[in-house]
Write a protein that binds this ligand. Structure first.
Ligand code: SPV
Ligand code: MN
Length: 615
């Protein structure tokens, strides 16, 4: 390392950082080491380097680049993402782990010399806004200029923030190497490993480039943060944050957790609302209220089906000059194309499979689409016209409601409000989503995905739920909790709701925060009254919402709900859970059984519950 770079490290006055960098150099043996500060020149250097080494290529439009991940490196590698554990644990949820010494030995062997002939980049970031009680510090060391460049778009710079540590070791450490490259992509995929060490707050990742595996700050830091949050009494969640715009200029902030393909982005991007973040949030109690920040500063979004009709704001951001990385789309004549963009797609070009032509098959005989289904765009949040003015507020935004969104065709009501905070935690912990054609494996299979966080919970499930249950201690008012399901179908398989209807559910929930609408109490939670929805449908969507539609959508499918309770009882019977959670599961089951006995029907109309007192 030359004097200038040494000086940059020394100025941080932190021996722990120097030790980490030295460890990385000794192990990975780079040809060069470059320390990146928050200066414009340093940041521009990373961007240029990504082009110079060929990890990114310029496209026709100013600022746009394309990056390809290897053909078999197109999504998170769940199988090779493991916790390094010194002793066996039973977290109640399936946990992928490896004995620590063994895992370290293995990943060190792959990292050994992995940067020979390459340049090592040392970068500093802040998870959450800078100058904030939410901010966590993250040190990223990588030999991938694409990774370092992506993180620059997606996160806030933290070199100056690191100085505030005053020599403390309280930061996350990520060491990544893309490994051996051919044509700019990692080739030793069989040796791809992502090993997470919760005890040391560090992650080693090697032989990969896809952001979910390589960018320490995304899902790897998220796992470390969930663990840290349990110890410190706050929440790290797989949630968007949005401003819901009620009457007379009122803005009410919601967070929302949805498994993939359940409507997370489309909810955050509902027209005339504003977005604070789309993926990961930290929530803390400050002066008796819940406040939350977006951990990130950008969007690593799925590009499939982004088109002028369905996602006008995102589409606009993608077709105007700005700093923007496309990944795994089709490139023809330096112009990007993707599935579902509503434009004619050329018959040939370059994509994640190399030279591509229509009908091309892979080695397993599978037809290769023009772009990968998980192809992405990487932009700063301020590329979107609907960015919320408080998106970078160091104190976060006040959270007054939380939504948990699932996906099922025949059970849960489009929107319900929980009966209490603990009932809301129960709703979040029992989210299910049916697999779609976009996911791997059979279609229509229900997957349990508590808080949309199944892949990331890094503590015993009981601890995680307990932390949620007690989160309201000391609050002046608990946020309301809602569960949504945008995907109910009728008997012949047609969706009962249009894509835009979610706007009405959201605005109803917003009004409920202020007690503006009455609700009907059912065994599954509180539901809207027909008249209120009718008014909202006319006002917001110019649509005549009939009572017949309401009854079909909001009737309690009591037998189906009982089946769901049975699935949940099975899942939870072998997991130690907090008593309050078990109580909620029992109580909801009993309420449903009582209702079934009373009415003797499989499906019960909302009007049957009208007499029940509700607040
Ligand atoms: C997700 O899959 O939840 C993402 C993208 O947000 S990834 O970086 O793969 O985690
Ligand atoms: Mn995500």
């Amino acid at each position: 390392m030359d004097m200038i770079n040494q000086e940059k490290l020394k100025n941080l006055n932190n021996e722990h950082i120097i030790a980490k960098v030295q460890e990385a150099i000794k192990l990975c043996k780079p040809a060069e080491v470059t320390v990146i500060t928050d200066s414009k020149e340093d940041i521009a250097y990373v961007k240029e380097l990504a082009l110079a080494v060929g990890e990114e290529k310029k496209l026709k439009m100013e600022g746009h680049t394309i990056h390809f991940d290897g053909y078999y490196d197109q999504a998170r590698d769940k199988g090779h993402t493991k916790y390094l554990l010194s002793e066996e644990v039973n977290w109640g949820l399936g946990v992928n782990s490896i004995e620590k010494d063994k895992g370290l030995k293995e990943v060190y062997s792959y990292l050994d010399g992995s940067m020979a002939g390459k340049e090592m980049l040392v970068r500093f970031f802040s998870l959450g806004p800078t100058n904030s009680v939410f901010s966590l510090k993250a040190l990223q060391i990588t030999d991938s200029a694409y990774v370092a460049h992506s993180e620059d778009i997606l996160y806030r710079q933290g070199y100056e923030e690191f100085k505030k540590l005053n020599g403390s070791p309280d930061f996350f450490f990520f060491l990544h190497s893309a490994g051996r490259l051919e044509n700019g992509v990692s080739v030793d995929i069989d040796k791809r490993r992502i090993y997470i060490d919760l005890e040391e707050n560090r992650v080693y990742s090697v032989n990969n480039q896809y952001a979910g595996n390589s960018l320490g700050l995304k899902k790897l830091a998220f796992r470390l943060a969930i663990n840290k949050a349990q110890n410190e009494g706050w929440l790290a969640e797989h949630m968007f944050i949005m401003g819901v715009h009620g009457p007379n200029g009122r803005v009410t902030y919601f967070t929302g957790a949805f498994p993939s393909a359940c409507g997370k982005t489309s909810t955050a991007m509902i027209p005339r609302q504003s977005v604070v973040g789309d993926d990961i949030s930290y929530l803390k109690k400050i002066n008796g209220a819940v406040r939350a920040v977006n951990v990130e500063n950008g969007i690593f979004g799925i590009i499939r089906d982004v088109n002028p009709q369905d996602d006008p704001l995102i589409y606009q951001a993608l077709i105007t000059p700005r700093e923007l990385i496309f990944s795994n789309v089709l490139i023809n004549d330096d112009i990007p194309y993707w599935l579902g963009m509503d434009k004619n797609i050329p018959d040939k070009g370059i994509n994640h499979s190399g030279e591509w032509f229509k009908g091309k098959k892979d080695s397993e005989g599978k037809v290769i689409d023009c772009s990968h289904k998980n192809a992405r765009y990487t932009i700063r949040l301020d590329a979107l016209k609907n960015i919320d003015p408080k998106a970078n507020d160091p104190t976060g935004v006040p959270i007054q409601a939380i939504i948990y969104g699932g996906r099922d065709s025949d059970t849960t009501i489009p929107v319900v409000e929980s009966l209490s905070w603990s009932h809301g935690v129960f709703l979040g912990a029992t989210v299910e989503s049916e697999t779609t054609s976009a996911t791997i494996g059979a279609q229509g299979v229900r997957k349990h995905n508590p808080m949309a966080n199944l892949d990331f919970i890094s503590v015993p499930f009981k601890t995680y739920i307990e932390n949620h249950l007690k989160f309201t201690d000391g609050l002046r008012e608990a946020p309301k909790i809602y569960a949504t399901n945008y995907f109910l179908k009728d008997d012949i398989g047609n969706y009962l709701n249009s894509k835009l209807d979610k706007k009405v559910w959201l605005l109803w929930a917003e009004g409920r925060v202020y007690g503006e609408y009455e609700a009907i109490e059912t065994p599954a939670g509180r539901i809207p009254k027909y008249e209120d929805l009718k008014t909202l449908f006319i006002r917001e969507l110019g649509k005549d919402y009939t009572e017949a539609e309401y009854v079909q959508q909001f009737s309690l499918r009591v037998v189906k709900y009982l089946e769901k309770m049975e699935r949940m009882s099975k899942i939870f019977e072998n997991i130690k859970m907090p008593a309050d959670f078990t109580k909620e599961l029992k109580a909801q089951t009993e309420r449903l059984k009582g209702t079934k006995a009373k009415f003797g029907e499989n499906i019960i109309s909302p009007s049957e519950f009208l007499g029940t007192p509700s607040s």
